[in-house]
Design a binder for this molecule. Sequence first.
Ligand code: ADP
Ligand code: MG
Ligand code: MG
Length: 922
Amino acid sequence: MSSEKFVYSFKEGDGKNKQLLGGKGANLCEMTQFGLNVPPGFVITTSACLQYLEDGNKKLPEGIMEEVREQMQAVEKETGKGFGDGSNPLLVSVRSGSAMSMPGMMDTILNLGLNETTLQAVIKHTGDARFGYDAYRRFIQLFGKVALSVPDELFDAEFDAVKQKAHVTADVGLSADDLKEISERFLEVFQNHTGRPFPSDPYEQLEIAIKAVFGSWSGKRAVDYRREFKITPDMANGTAVNICTMVFGNRGDDSATGVAFTRNPGTGENKLYGEYLVNAQGEDVVAGIRTPKPIDKLTDEMPEMARQLEQLRQKLETHYREVQDFEFTIEQGTLYCLQTRNGKMNAVAMVRTSVEMVDEGLISKEEALLRIEPAYLEQMLYPRLSTSNTVKAVAQGLPASPGAASGMAVFDADRAEIVGRDQGKDVILLREETKPEDIHGFFAAQGILTSRGGKTSHAAVVARGMGKPCVAGAEGITVDVQRREAKIGEHIISEGDVITIDGSSGNVYMGRMEMVEPEFTEELNRLLRWADSSAKLLVMANADTPPDAVRAVKYGAQGIGLCRTERMFNATDRLPVVIDMIVAEDVGQRQAALDRLLPMQRDDFKEIFEAMAPRPVTIRLLDPPIHEFLPSEQQLESDIAKLKHLRHSVRGLSVLAGSMMLIENSENAKNDANSLRALIDETQVEQALEKKELMLKKVRMLIETNPMLGHRGVRLGITFPEIYSMQIRAILEATAECAKKDMEVNPQIMVPQVCTAEELKYVAEMVDNIREDVEKESGQKLNFKFGTMIEVVRACMRAESLVERAEFFSFGTNDLTQATFSFSREDAENKFLPMYNQNGILQDNPFEVLDEKGVGKLMKLAVDWGREVKPDLSVGICGEHGGHPASIDFCHRIGLNYVSCSGPRVPVARLAAAHASLKNDK
Ligand code: ADP
Ligand code: MG
Ligand code: MG
């Protein structure tokens, strides 16, 4: 026989032990013990539940019912009522409750303890037959349904039949006699369905109910729910059962029931928020049978109760130091609290309440920060669809970049520019997939929608970088650029039709939808400033253009951790020059193109420096393989075919012009022939054709089997030194111009793809030479840093030798992850990773969640080896992981100096950086 205690009175249970008593039970104990008016009762532990389920022969663990009886006697003594007593009966509710709130679990049984005898006593005691029969029929139905699975429909049919017979439409119209008849019919339903009479012994009722609650823990609904929401046994294991004295909100107009939040969960306003119903029981509020009144009304209807409720609100908050979501019932002028738990709020309310509770002295700044999950802030940082939206989505893709946007559908980047930039309209760029040459369309569009590609497709990556909403791979859509329309099921989207995309859910809608704009509130700013002072890690932004930089500052970035120069090359006025540079036949031609690019890049850098001054700006020299700037081989082949066709037609036309005179030798014909000749210019077509053919030749020369492991990064810089020279010069000249204006700027030149110290040395010497020149030309002393990305496995292994030339390291964890796993990202994510995740071969997608054990270990080695040589070496991360809270925590633990992520994620990262230091450095 075990000596374990299974049953705790609300007066003795440990309010902190939610694992044992469940959330509801623990709070009922705690509230009782700090003096709130909770109806007396007791809790049966989750441990009893687990033992009952383990045993498997439907018997409660030994000794439980004895403990229950003992506790029940104490309640009887306290209430002056008797369980099953024929003159003043005690009724109770039986409520489930595990450590985590779980809607999949069992419903509550109210009014347990009623039978023919106790019912009569209740009627006599209250003098209210209608109340008595109403309570009885509720109990029979709930007990039947919840404990013995009698279907609701069987009860509802009888209920409706009586209603019809009595010619009433609303339940309140039923008389005591009607309700009596209903309860009699219900008893029959019960007997017919279960094959046994309704149990009249209250303790038998109770035992059946307890077993049913325990059993519901392993019921299908609950098991599915736990699997879906990944609730593991250490989060919640078994359900407790709460037995609680019934109180009645349906005893007349001085009675009521309601639910409330201690603060407004939508706005955070510090004011009671909730609803109530007069003369009703708890479940009526939830069931929506009657429309409840806003809590403010209580002041008029029951001023004394309103005052007590306000007191209750204060007591709850002072005690829990957290916004509470609670249930109350008023029985004939007495207020009871039936449940409380921490309130669930939206992000706006979380932030506001955090800040205000600090101001009120209720919580500390650290608690205010830790109260909010960093990722939760995302809600506040992107426009989102209004929650009142009921329109159905017409297509679904991948949520590739968060936020929502509405606009006219356009099918190519040029059109996006005309309608979006020139005509100032909102547009959504809708393509099968996007390419680097579509970049100007991204700038002009509010959002991007593609029918192909994954979360790492070009569209997704670029949109995330720009902080624009993107839905990718919406396979239900067929795009026909030629006909300028797209098909989704039976819907046709013509160019110019307005659509809405939600990059947070992946949904696509027809028409314009109501949006909620992001709210970068003053409270959020204050909270994030506290975060900055708690955090050890600095948070920087990935930003490629001057507008990105301005936005990064607004989000509170302490610098730019990654500026990708190739993004500037893709702008419409640059790309042709870049292409000239690539297709150049010799060094002279190449230099001419570079001379035109230099001032453009210098101006970009200057603007970015000015936006960020004096914060550091880390500029990565050109990284992608250069063929990425050229059209694809396929595209060129089709262009050439078209041009050849055109040449043929043009030739035909000039023949026609010549032969017109043959047909009709008149002045008129001569004029026609001349204007035709003026129209057709064969040399133009010839030139275009020549250029395309040259480009095709170049593209074929540049084609690589594995471009990501090919001719890119520093390899490119060394083989085409004039490209890196131009970029370095542009950076340093911009620095000199700022210095001339006495502006403090802090550029950092960063070399990509380095694997040996020799590569770094080669570029460093270029930098030294150009520095000398620029300093001489400008007369300014240049202040900047030189460093390397660490994104190649060998670079990690050779950290101590790289550090001789590098003043900083920045981990490029996207490439480093590819290299460490030897997975090509696109192929992995589209082919085998989902299956690996499902089968538990890999827990997470390492491209989303930093792989601490592998990639992380390499990072740690590189940091340690680098700092052995240079103890003050600055180290950061600029891969996509830099904005991921768990990865940020890891970066903190291995002692990085900064993380860098896309602009809109900066606030999330700032809070995550604070969490990391508050949780790790106690
Ligand atoms: P849930 O987990 O669904 O909130 P509850 O156990 O809180 O379930 O009960 C459902 C409804 O019954 C609530 O409105 C609650 O206030 C009410 N209720 C539960 N126990 C009692 C009681 N002893 N007296 C009066 N109402 C009760
Ligand atoms: Mg429930
Ligand atoms: Mg409840």
